[in-house]
Design a protein around this ligand. Sequence first.
Ligand code: ADP
Ligand code: MG
Length: 241
Amino acid sequence: MPAFQLEGVTKEFKGKLVLDIPELVIEHGCIYGIVGPSGAGKSTLLRLLNLLEIPSTGRIFFNGISTDTNTKSRLNLRRSMTMVFQKPVLFATSVLDNVTYGLTARGISKSTARREAFYALEKVGLKEFTQRNARSLSGGEAQRVALARAVVLKPKVLLLDEPTSNLDPANVAIIEKIARDLNRERGTTVMMVTHNIFQAKRLAGEIIFMYQGRAAESGPVEKIFQNPDDNRTRAFLNGEM
Ligand code: ADP
Ligand code: MG
């Protein structure tokens, strides 16, 4: 069973078609790099998968279940995925509170939540930071807290929308390592939008090249980088768009 199947999915904003994906399958356990020019629809695709947006037409299946379903099922689907954005949005409370919040909101006891949060913060190299106010962190530290907050929920799918765009190389490396470890150790499906094709090459097993709202080309990373079928993919990878 694939993680996601898209069938005839379109998304319009005010009558403008921004996404048009007749068919796309996302397999469990893979790392996908989603690349393409600005405005190609990459963020919109992730937001649709995460149920932050509703398709204008078509259907999205998650684990074979249509996401076009009642509120309770949507909540369950949503709990299988977490998303990290380019700009971390943290509460102005302690780092620890930021990470435990999602767990206690799911009814997990405070003590278990704290234990899990400490473990997640250790993974991102911030276990000394638990009592710091999240607003006092550097950009890289804040993004690592955002990632800890996402992974502590043990998602089946981790959606990353340009999570390292604003970060220095050391923080980029930490975030890439966490994504890779999660995929290897837990089989987490990772979908990462990135404008950095080298990052996509380092991390992803599969590439989806988006162009003008379409998944113009997709396939294994070696194939896409060495021998793309689509001239637009080639042009993009050569830095010509
Ligand atoms: P990417 O992430 O590839 O840069 P986006 O998915 O953010 O592209 O955007 C694709 C297109 O949809 C762009 O033209 C953008 O302006 C438009 N768009 C995205 N979200 C909205 C919105 N909420 N309202 C209107 N237009 C939007
Ligand atoms: Mg975007």
